[in-house]
Design a protein around this ligand. Structure first.
Ligand SMILES: [Zn+2]
Length: 350
């Protein structure tokens, strides 16, 4: 809409529909430009056999999520630089069009706006901080020079935060000096970058510490059971006596569900004497399972996204004789992460 107003001011001689079509076309072509930028990342990633999971378009750019981190610094460098190069290329093309069509015509006005927008997209994305392309380029260079992926990620993460805080401060300065809308936008984008920078650093840290581990490595092989007919009062006594927070519920030697402290606490205290474990438990068909081979990182993601604290480990599903061999809890995964990060990079070297 702002675009429409601008066209009306700058080109009073245009007809109403000309304002409108030029405005819509410019917006559509801008989004196409952002898509072109993201697709160019994807093409290079696919060249290295890295699958692109999704492409999201925002108002001020996009984000191509790739399935895994590149395994070599040069790959990351090439994937990252493809986007700004593509935007720069588009910018040059649109400026080329302005030489053929004057600004007073629709095509000329459209081309000059898109030339500027793509130029900005290229420059903004080259800022050297995570999660911007420039941050990835920066990380690739530090990674290539130091051969230390974790360190490079931290450095790029810090510079990303620095850029984010600068943008937030500049935005606030703008707001107090009359550039309200521009200031709010700048601060908002800064805040967005800040979150993304923190998230990508945390993600990499988790990935590093859990690399190479699977459910079998951290599962507890002892799986306590509780009969389904006992009351919640009796169950709580068992929990207090043994300190075990999770039990598989059996009835006539058959597995019927899972019970834990969290589920117990969701029942009001005064109902504990009148309710059985079987009535309150998580029924068998609602339990989420894991296998001994499941990578720990993926398992942790599943635990977090399902908001559960533990998963029984089942082996032999493929040969038709499933058997519960253990249980993995969120705590046990966090303990491994903590221990590994205390012992430092030596212990996690791959
Ligand atoms: Zn990009």
């Amino acid at each position: 809409m702002a675009l429409l107003r601008r066209f009306k001011q700058e080109h009073p001689l245009w007809t109403g529909s000309q304002h409108w079509t030029t405005g819509v076309l410019t917006s559509l072509l801008f989004f196409a430009s952002v898509l072109f930028h993201e697709l160019s990342h994807s093409v290079v990633a696919q060249h290295y056999k890295i699958r692109v999971v999704s492409i999201t378009l925002f108002l001020f750019g996009g984000l191509a999520r790739i399935e895994r981190e590149p395994s070599k610094a040069i790959q990351e460098f090439n994937i990252a630089i493809a986007g700004p190069l593509a935007s720069g290329f588009l910018s040059v093309c649109f400026f080329g069009l302005t030489l053929l069509f004057p600004y007073s015509q629709s095509v000329g006005a459209l081309a000059s706006l898109l030339g500027v927008a793509n130029g900005w997209l290229a420059v903004f994305n080259l800022l050297p901080g995570f999660p911007l392309d420039g941050g990835r380029i920066f990380r690739a260079m530090v990674w290539g020079a130091t051969k230390d992926f974790e360190k490079a990620t931290r450095v790029a993460g810090y510079s990303g935060k620095l850029i984010a805080y600068t943008m937030i401060l500049l935005g606030a300065y703008g707001v107090f000096n009359g550039f309200v809308r521009l200031g709010i936008w700048t601060a908002f984008i800064g805040w967005f970058i800040l979150n993304a920078a923190q998230e990508s650093v945390a993600q990499v840290a988790v990935r590093e510490t859990l690399a190479g581990l699977s459910a079998a490595d951290v599962m507890s092989k002892e799986v306590p059971t509780a009969p389904g007919h006992i009351t919640l009062e009796e169950y709580s006594a068992e929990v207090l006596r043994t300190g075990r927070r999770v039990h598989l519920v059996v009835s006539d030697d058959r597995l019927v569900g899972m019970m834990n402290v969290h589920t117990l606490n969701s029942v009001p205290r005064y109902e504990w004497a009148h309710n059985s474990v079987q009535a309150a438990m998580i029924p068998r068909e609602k339990i989420l399972w894991t296998s001994p081979e499941e990578p720990l990182l993926r398992l942790l993601e599943r635990l977090l996204s399902a908001d559960v604290n533990q998963m029984p480990v089942v082996s032999g599903v493929t040969n038709g004789a499933p058997q519960i061999v253990g249980i993995v809890t969120r705590d046990s995964i966090l303990r491994v992460m903590q221990t590994r990060s205390e012992l430092g990079p030596l212990a996690t070297s791959r």
